[in-house]
Design a protein around this ligand. Structure first.
Ligand code: FE2
Ligand code: FE2
Length: 265
């Protein structure tokens, strides 16, 4: 089972590029299952139902999110009718949507989970380490071997710790949120594929997807500033992981990292 995951899609440049190139990437890399993090796909802030539909049409099976999930107001209602868009699972139970979906594939069931870290993150959510430990054991007991987690967190330590925490239990643990791809992809000792951060799909000449001048101005002046999404060439970042469907263990993980020139757009 070959899984493609693309990290935080930022604004129009990111989503247009993903929509245009996803079919080609899937064919070229013989991808069986595609997961996208869409938390910044609407002008950098959240995701709308229309954008999510475009990403599904382009070939995604599941869309994960993170701390920006509530930025577009209409999404909360939409989550109740669209189980393929996940919000972090460690919100309180009365919050709309779900942090998990189980999908039947030709290779067996796969569970996709989305959780948010707690270190240097805005919201005070439930402890994801305790919640996921319990949930992953239950999924295995229910016969779900393939388990993919998008762990949306700020610190490298929390994301690496989650990888080891679920090593041998989850198939893939991928970090998101910091928008910069790390070069530490590996299979952990008990068979979980891990990378600290998958990186983003967004403008190359930017600060985490936003216009450089406005961010530099903010740091120079300390004044509140608007941060428009940057323009120009786009880089697509993520990972491709291969999982043994019988055991749920990962066989391989590699980084996906491709700079698209304006001529390709
Ligand atoms: Fe993000
Ligand atoms: Fe985020």
């Amino acid at each position: 089972m070959r899984i493609l995951f693309l990290g935080d899609i930022v604004g129009e440049p990111g989503r247009k590029s993903v929509i245009k190139f996803l079919p080609q990437i899937k064919e070229e890399h013989r991808i069986d299952f595609t997961i996208l993090n869409g938390e910044n796909s609407a002008s950098g802030r959240g995701i709308t139902p229309a954008i999510a539909n475009d990403l599904f049409k382009a070939g995604a099976q599941v869309i994960t999110t993170g701390d920006h999930v509530w930025d577009q107001r209409e999404l909360a209602d939409h989550l109740e009718n669209e189980p393929r868009i996940l919000r972090p699972l460690n919100y309180p139970e009365n919050v709309p949507g779900s942090g998990e979906i189980i999908i039947d594939t030709e290779s067996g069931k796969i569970a996709v989970l989305n959780a948010q870290g707690r270190t240097f993150m805005g919201q005070a959510l439930e402890n994801p380490f305790l919640m996921l430990e319990e949930r992953v054991v239950q999924l295995k007991a229910d016969g779900v071997q393939m388990i993919f987690l998008d762990f949306h967190a700020e610190t490298t330590s929390e994301k690496i710790a989650m990888g080891f925490h679920l090593d041998g239990k989850a198939s893939v643990v991928v970090g998101t949120h910091t928008h910069v791809q790390t070069a530490d992809e590996r299979i952990l000792p008990e068979g979980t594929a891990h990378i600290t951060d998958a990186g983003m799909c967004g403008p190359e000449i930017s600060v985490l997807g936003r216009n450089v001048d406005s961010i530099v101005y903010r740091f120079k002046s300390s004044l509140p500033t608007r941060f428009p999404v940057a323009k120009g060439p786009v880089r697509l970042c993520g990972i491709i992981a291969e999982i043994d469907p019988m055991t749920g263990k990962a066989k391989n993980i590699e980084r996906y990292n491709r700079l698209l020139e304006p001529s390709e757009m």
